[in-house]
Design a protein around this ligand. Structure first.
Ligand code: ATP
Ligand code: MN
Length: 463
């Protein structure tokens, strides 16, 4: 007999046909009339399928009356329409086979609501809840749409290293990768740790960005994008930072900052349109249960033209407002209260800030003629804050060398990166989008820890 997913059953409505479904019990209700209702879910849809199990089934007493939430079953039967009921159709069971029973006294996912905090403690089971089922399906759709978007535009998917010896952002948020024995560290004469005897014969760490490596392939293949895990040991317990997150990083030869911004805007709108068209049930669920303005927000993003303004102009606007806890002056790194003011109060739509002071941006961004600002851009969204950070890269060898010197970075460490500027350099640009911030945007989930199956944050890498 053909096994169907619950999602296929709702789509095809094979009424009066014999089908088979497999899933987990959500609830069981016994009726006085001598039969039971089983609600089952298989993860393919937010919707459950209702099963009617009659007491004439041969294992009714022995098995079915012992089915509790969490148990796994295979049901074969005839799909019948159920006019008047809450659901359009139900499955009249001809056989119910139990794969695994569930202990009603200890199974944590029963009728009562559980807080998201509590669910993080049982992250191995939370994928069975309505919310995390929906988050997972939307996250999956966003991954797929990401590949579609870039593939349609002739970008090559590139896998950059996860273990790296180059610190891209220079922000010192690296996780070290080592096989040295902590109880017996090899030291040199000066008492420093001798990295030559370490696995890679030099200091290595987990990547904070694949950009520098992506640039090398963009300057040869034209357009590439990475989509992989990224690690930052930032000790910030916020609702928008993870220690391990996924980043999408396109990199394009022969482009300037304006084209980079245009790609970022197109990409975000493409993603949102994709889920509006492909994840309707899940988005309606989020809109009802998690964030009442979600659909409105998403529709607003796809229908608005993003505002672009320079950091300097943004600072002018922000300095008119004196109610910030971090006062604003030219040169500061903007705080989330400032970003919020711009996107939620001043413009009420996505804002792209450009041309930041060089002192708060990494060495590789292209220097502007004022020698004070760089060709950077951050995309800021209402409620989410920064979702994308990008720039036009410095393609002029002498400017890049000067910048390294200014920042006390060693040319030798960047020899291969400088080579790109020695041999056929081209203007090029790219950006990084934080994938979990995107999932947060698209689901309305309040905390980034609930946008990835197993979040890694300071003090916690369980599971
Ligand atoms: P923020 O100021 O919010 O910490 P950032 O300036 O450090 O961000 P970038 O280095 O520009 O961010 O990284 C590109 C994108 O990666 C960001 O726009 C954001 O979407 C995402 N991102 C950065 N750090 C994190 C993190 N710790 N957890 C999740 N996403 C992150
Ligand atoms: Mn950061």
């Amino acid at each position: 007999m053909k096994q169907l997913l619950i999602h296929e059953i709702y789509q095809k409505e094979p009424i009066d046909q014999e089908i088979c479904v497999k899933g987990w019990i959500k609830t069981r209700r016994d009726s006085k009339g001598g039969f039971s209702f089983l609600e089952i879910n298989d993860g393919s849809s937010l919707k459950n399928l209702q099963i009617i199990a009659d007491n004439s089934l041969k294992n009714y007493q022995q098995d079915i009356l012992k089915l509790f939430p969490g148990a796994s079953v295979k049901v074969e039967g005839i799909l019948v329409s159920s006019p008047g009921g809450n659901q359009k159709m139900e499955l009249k069971a001809e056989s119910v086979r139990i794969y695994g029973f569930s202990d009603v006294t200890t199974y944590p996912l029963q009728k009562q609501r559980i807080s998201f905090e509590k669910l993080r403690e049982i992250a191995h089971l939370r994928g069975r809840t309505n919310t995390f089922g929906a988050v997972t399906r939307v996250r999956n759709a966003l991954s797929f749409a990401t590949h579609c978007f870039f593939q349609e535009r002739n970008f090559y998917y590139l896998n950059t290293p996860i273990i790296t010896t180059s610190d891209c952002e220079g922000a010192g948020q690296l996780f070290r990768v080592t096989t040295l024995d902590f109880n017996n560290l090899p030291k040199n004469k000066q008492g420093n740790i001798n990295c030559e005897s370490d696995f890679f014969s030099q200091e290595a760490s987990l990547t904070v960005s694949g950009q520098l490596e992506a640039e090398t392939y963009a300057c040869g293949l034209g357009r590439v994008y990475t989509f992989g895990p990224t690690f930052r040991a930032e000790n910030s317990n916020t609702s928008r930072h993870l220690a391990e997150f996924w980043m999408v990083e396109p990199e394009m030869a022969f482009t300037n900052l304006t084209q980079d911004i245009a790609l970022a805007e197109d990409y975000l709108k493409y993603l949102i349109n994709y889920i509006l068209n492909h994840c309707k049930d899940d988005l309606e669920f989020f809109n009802l249960r998690i964030e009442n303005s979600l659909l409105e927000q998403l529709n607003k993003i796809v229908s608005s033209k993003f505002i672009t303004l320079t950091y300097t102009d943004a600072v002018k606007i922000l300095s008119r407002n004196r109610n910030f806890s971090f006062p604003v002056e030219w040169g500061i790194d903007l705080q989330s209260e400032h970003e919020q003011y711009l996107t939620e109060v001043e413009f009420k739509k996505p804002v792209v800030l450009t041309d930041y002071p060089k002192s708060i941006k990494p060495f590789y961004m292209r220097m502007n003629d004022d020698n004070k600002t760089v060709a950077a851009m951050d995309v800021l969204l209402p409620k989410i804050g920064e979702i994308i950070g990008g720039s036009q890269r410095e393609e002029r060898l002498d400017c890049l060398q000067n910048r390294l010197k200014e920042l006390d970075l060693h040319e030798n460490d960047y020899w291969w990166y400088l080579d790109l500027r020695r041999y056929g350099t081209v203007p090029h640009s790219g950006f990084g989008l934080g994938f979990e911030r995107l999932v947060k945007l698209c689901t309305g989930m309040g905390n980034i820890r609930d946008t990835i199956p197993f979040p890694r944050v300071p003090g916690n890498a369980k599971f």
